[in-house]
Ligand binder design. Structure first.
Ligand SMILES: Cc1cc2nc3c(=O)[nH]c(=O)nc-3n(C[C@H](O)[C@H](O)[C@H](O)COP(=O)(O)OP(=O)(O)OC[C@H]3O[C@@H](n4cnc5c(N)ncnc54)[C@H](O)[C@@H]3O)c2cc1C
Length: 386
């Protein structure tokens, strides 16, 4: 037999050496889980901190995203203001900005390959009404974000760049001077290495099935039929949160992504938002990474199953060949998908769900920016410091 049994018993040795006296268990090893683990180590230097991850690597969004270090395009912020009013929107922009600074300080710009190349929001001729509303909002938005970013002019019209980038079928472009990009894989690896060198135990391939409150802690039942006892637990499972905590308002949303082969002479540099942000692309290692299109099949993409579909693959290919690199036969080297955690409100949930369990989930499309803060806040709440 060379597969892992569905259930088995833990040996005395395994229980005593690996799983005894866990003070803080963190479920999920994405950006939130690992940031939480590092903060736990700072708050409780002698505590035994363990991260329990179901995948061989993180298996959600943190190693599968686009790596935009972003805090809001103009159309995204307008849409948010329509739904929530201005106050919560600027508060969230500030949290995204602060979270990004925290991530960069924690890991270092070189290590995560941070580059402040800017962000670009693209509008098609049929987006004319939206583009007009966005243009009208620029002055006010710049005033609002100035105290946050410190930039005198964060957003500005930059239609001249459409030609520079060689984009087709784009009539207007707004530039966001404060946006940056990271190398997602390097960020995840840096977090893992930091956690390991801080003496945090990380168990991969360990899916948690259920949590059971006990008078002095929490019993963590694994899918293998055995359980672990911890003093307290943080649930950092984002789009999968409802499997453990069905009461939370989080649903999964799949995003499909492609990467091209290296493209000699590539002129595109930065993060690009298209069709109200439903599509996004960027340069990386001389290639284009392109993803999105979940709005084309909202129902089908409300899933926590990984995979790609012909409908979305074709729409991404069309965008690549007709708008981004028109008239070029661009070789696509690979496809993947990742799972977001969304909800009725565009805000993370950091909440005590029972005496020894806190949830830090529902990061939406903002986890690169806000994930560090959310993980830290979750563990501060768990340790009674939040
Ligand atoms: C394709 C894509 C592109 C994106 N692009 C961007 C972007 O450019 N900028 C940006 O800011 N955000 C982006 N995001 C969003 C961002 O990636 C997420 O908000 C962020 O990674 C969430 O981090 P997390 O740690 O909360 O969740 P995740 O990274 O999803 O981590 C949750 C972890 O929990 C584990 N887990 C789940 N259930 C269990 C269980 N029962 N037992 C044990 N482990 C479990 C999972 O395997 C997973 O590793 C994108 C997301 C996707 C999918």
């Amino acid at each position: 037999m060379n597969t892992i049994p569905t259930t088995y018993q833990l040996s005395y040795w395994e229980r005593e050496s690996f799983f005894r006296d866990i003070d803080i268990a963190i479920i999920g090893s994405g950006i939130v889980g690992l940031s939480a683990a590092l903060r736990a180590r700072e708050l409780e230097p002698s505590a035994r901190v363990a991260v329990l991850e179901r995948g061989p690597l993180p298996l959600g969004a943190s190693t599968r995203n686009a790596g935009f270090a972003c805090y809001g395009s103009v159309s995204e912020l307008l849409d948010d203001i329509d739904k929530q009013g201005e106050g919560p929107v600027w508060a969230l922009v500030e949290r995204r900005w602060l979270g990004l600074q925290r991530l960069r300080q924690r890991l270092g710009d070189n290590r995560i390959r941070y580059e402040g190349l800017g962000g670009f929001e693209l509008f098609r001729p049929e987006d004319e009404e939206l583009a007009g509303r966005c243009t009208d909002a620029i002055l006010h938005f710049n005033r609002q974000v100035r105290p946050i970013t410190g930039l005198s002019e964060t957003y500005r019209m930059a239609n001249d760049k459409i030609k520079t980038f060689g984009l087709q079928g784009i009539s207007q472009l707004i530039w966001n001077a404060g946006e940056g990009q990271i190398h997602t894989g390097e960020m995840a690896k840096a977090l893992l290495e930091k956690a390991q060198s801080a003496g945090i135990s990380i168990f991969y391939g360990l899916p948690v099935k259920a949590l059971e409150e006990q008078p002095t802690g929490v019993e963590i039942h694994t899918e293998y039929g055995w359980s672990i006892r911890a003093g307290a637990a943080l649930v950092a499972t984002n789009g999968f949160a409802r499997h453990l905590l069905p009461e939370l308002s989080v649903h999964p949303a799949r995003n499909q992504v492609l990467i091209t082969a290296p493209l000699p002479g590539l002129r595109l540099q930065g993060c690009y938002h298209y069709d109200r942000g439903y599509f996004y692309f960027r340069n990386i290692d001389g290639r284009i990474l392109l993803g999105g299109g979940r709005n084309l099949d909202e129902k089908g993409e409300t899933t926590d199953e990984f995979g790609t579909t012909p409908l979305i693959r074709n729409s991404l290919l069309r965008l690549l060949r007709e708008v981004i690199l028109p008239g070029t036969e661009v070789p696509v080297e690979g496809w993947w998908s990742g799972i977001l955690g969304l909800g009725e409100q565009k805000a993370p949930i950091v909440r005590q769900v029972s005496p020894h369990v806190v949830a830090a989930v529902r990061l939406g499309g903002m986890g690169v920016a806000i994930g560090t803060l959310v993980g830290e806040e979750g563990v501060e709440m768990l340790c009674g410091r939040g």
